[in-house]
Design a protein around this ligand. Structure first.
Ligand code: HEC
Ligand code: HEC
Length: 643
């Protein structure tokens, strides 16, 4: 029987909160036991790499397997090397040093050459002779490069430049970047079709206002010959936090995993995917269109933060890691196709299964019943995966481990785990980051803090109706960078400090009760986060337009600096700057890193800085801007986007 989530009417019952608390006690003590099993070393915090909030540990972020299946390559994001493991026993055989955090890797079809993205504001691609572990050449790429992928003919490497919002096209033979293809927003994964005609790109976040009827991220379809995005596949309303996209080996389908947020409902409860669900969107490559989106959660247990997608060689099984609940889904894809075809071809049968229309499938929390096995993993934070036939390798980001899962159809699933981390004690920072990404401290595993704030505690760009300031007044998610240094918290300042907000988040968003050491670790990690240098900087410096903008910002006429005082760029006070429907006071937000937090203002109604300063400031109540020429407005925006 189908079990739907989108046929429930929001009922504004305050007591649902109380019921939740009771139900939680059990799941929370279980989660706690699991957490306490991890040894925690409070105290020593090693010096970090330049990455924001970094605490050095292996942080395995990418996997590749040699064509003969003998060697497994593991990209280590925080230590800047690639480990080579024997794929059977998972023993570390050797280590290849690259300069900078290894965010992802790809292996040539002959197994001889490794391509490793080293993420930084000025990233590069390291080309490595796999047998000898030598870096042959380094090729510059964009801001925060990741997810390298080879074209089917092996002649091109594509690299996702997350914060340059584009794809680097790198010619393997010449070792040169031959072009950049702009995509929608924050590309985090790409997959070519086997005929080499298209490159499908997963954009992490939506681009646009947050107060419209449909707010969803897209898959950009690049026509490789013309090097242009020729199609954009808009995922269902509320889709975001895209992670990985993969094309089936038979070239017929692509799968992309993401969060499917029910952001339009007031956040009164979590049951049946009330707030965030986890989804797999399937793309039919015969006409490159969105085929269906199916939910990965169960009725009473969420499968939060889906991350990696992989297919078996015969395209019959699809594997998905759940970074929030530390699981692997093994999905009978043939069964999924049959079920979808039945619903499409036979509306009557579909109706008897409860589907009134195809989109109803997207609301069915029992769609995968009988078609999927949820495999509990041993490590924490399974992110990357790679397959060989029906064997899946998974890299656990937080526990620094690699797991091998043998999932032969018809046989019981077998798993083996190996720690690649020499020092397995977690510093408080790593623990804080891991807890922030952990959905097992949430009621029924529906979400983690990262479901709305992403893994690095920024923003999903969605408007949520949190109940801390009443009901019916949604607010755009906030980045947590500098939150602890800029009290009060929340756009109306309803929480006196970020510490209070963290604790109320655990209580009223994860619907759970946790020991104080958990928010303490989260606080420590959040406080350690550093701003990422803006992609608008030119060689790390402000452009001349930005410098001119700085003068305008600091002028007595615009008086921007009187509220956004340089340094933290906030006076930490409330003001009415004419942005609310009625007279409303909002906390002055910091402007640091606003290059990555569009849409702006408490209601996410302004897409660009220009919008904030013009259409949303018609009466000059938000600083004086009406006298500025278009060129001056551009300069001012260039300055703000450089912070
Ligand atoms: C359902 C989405 C969602 C989840 C999950 C979520 N948050 Fe938030 N968070 C928000 C929104 C929306 C805001 C901004 C609200 C406002 O401005 O009134 C916010 C604001 C905050 C702030 C205040 C930031 C500032 O500078 O004012 C903190 C701190 C915070 N969240 C921490 C957390 C923590 C810790 C967790 C996990 C326990 C968490 N959040 C989970 C949506 C979420
Ligand atoms: C009187 C105090 C004050 C002055 C002066 C002021 N601001 Fe603001 N600013 C605010 C407040 C309060 C908000 C939050 C408004 C909201 O969320 O609706 C804000 C929001 C913003 C935002 C959106 C930030 C985000 O993350 O959503 C930008 C950009 C901004 N201001 C730039 C400027 C510029 C540029 C000037 C000068 C032209 C300026 N501000 C002058 C108080 C001020």
């Amino acid at each position: 029987m189908a079990v739907f989530l989108n046929r429930f009417r929001p009922h504004f019952v305050p007591y649902s909160l109380l019921v939740m608390h009771k139900l939680n006690t059990l799941s929370c003590s279980l989660a706690l036991a699991a957490l306490l099993a991890v040894p925690a070393a409070f105290g020593e915090v090693k010096d970090s790499t330049p990455k924001a909030g970094a605490d050095t540990w292996e942080a395995p972020a990418g996997l590749a397997i040699s064509p003969d299946g003998a060697e497994l390559y593991v990209a280590c994001a925080k230590t800047g090397h690639v480990l080579v493991l024997d794929a059977d026993g998972l023993e570390t055989k050797r280590s290849i040093a690259v300069s900078g955090g290894a965010s992802g890797l790809a292996l040539s079809a002959d197994g001889k050459t490794l391509y490793v993205t080293c993420a930084a504001p000025l990233s590069h691609l390291a080309v490595v002779d796999a047998a000898h572990g030598k870096v042959i050449r380094t090729i510059p790429a964009g801001h925060t490069a990741q997810a390298p992928v080879l074209s089917p003919d092996g002649a091109t490497v594509y690299v996702c430049n997350r914060f340059s919002d584009d794809i680097s096209v790198i010619n393997v033979k010449s070792g040169k970047e031959t072009g950049r293809i702009p995509v929608d927003r924050e590309p985090v994964a790409a997959a070519p079709t086997p005929d080499g005609k298209y490159l499908l790109v997963a954009n992490h976040l939506h681009h646009g206002r947050a107060d419209t009827n449909v707010v969803a991220a897209k898959v950009s379809v690049i026509d490789v010959a013309s090097r242009k995005v020729t199609k954009e596949l808009i995922l269902p309303n509320g889709s975001g936090m895209l992670r990985e996209i993969q094309v089936s080996p038979d070239g017929r389908y692509a799968g992309v995993v993401h969060v499917l947020a029910r952001y339009q409902l007031p956040t009164t409860q979590l049951e049946r995917g009330w707030m965030n669900t986890s989804a797999l969107s399937l793309i039919d490559l015969s006409d490159v269109s969105l085929m269906s989106t199916i939910l990965l959660d169960n009725v009473d247990s969420g499968a939060a933060n889906p991350w990696a997608v992989a297919w078996s060689a015969d395209s019959k099984t699809i594997y998905i890691t759940h970074a929030g609940t530390h699981e692997l889904s093994v999905i009978d894809f043939t069964g999924v196709l049959q079920k979808l075809a039945k619903a499409k071809a036979n509306p009557q049968a579909a109706a008897s299964a409860g589907y009134r229309s195809m989109p109803d499938i997207t609301g069915d929390l029992s769609f995968l019943a009988g078609l999927r096995e949820r495999v509990k993993l041993a490590g924490k934070g399974p992110r990357a995966s790679v397959t060989r036939d029906h064997r899946v390798y998974v890299a656990d980001y937080f526990s620094g481990s690699v797991e091998r899962v043998d999932a032969q159809p018809g046989l019981p699933v077998k798993t083996q785990v190996r720690h690649i981390e020499p020092n397995q004690t977690m510093s408080i920072l790593r623990r804080g980051e891991s807890l922030f990404n952990d959905a097992t401290i949430c009621f029924q595993g529906w979400q983690s803090c990262a479901s709305c704030h992403s893994d690095d505690a920024r923003s999903d760009g969605l408007n949520w109706d949190l109940l801390n300031d009443g009901i019916g007044n949604p607010k755009n998610s906030k980045s947590l960078l500098l939150s602890h240094r800029t009290p009060p918290a929340m756009s109306m300042g309803v929480r006196d400090t970020a510490e209070t907000a963290v604790r109320s988040g655990i209580r009223s968003i994860l619907f759970t009760v946790q020991p104080e050491e958990i928010p303490v670790a989260m606080d420590e990690w959040l406080k350690s986060m550093k701003p990422i240098p803006s992609p608008y900087l030119v060689n790390g410096k402000m452009s001349s337009a930005a410098k001119r903008g700085e003068t305008i910002f600091n002028s007595a006429e615009t008086h921007c600096a009187s509220c956004h005082t340089p340094g933290l760029y906030t006076d930490m006070k409330h003001h009415d700057v004419g942005t609310g429907a009625e007279e409303k006071l909002y906390d002055t937000p910091t402007l640091v890193e606003i290059w990555r937090t569009s849409p702006y203002l408490h209601d996410g109604s302004a897409v660009t800085i220009r919008d904030v300063l013009t259409s949303h400031n018609s009466k000059d109540r938000h600083g004086k801007t009406s006298h500025l020429t278009p060129a001056q407005l551009d300069d001012l925006a260039a300055y703000l986007l450089s912070l």
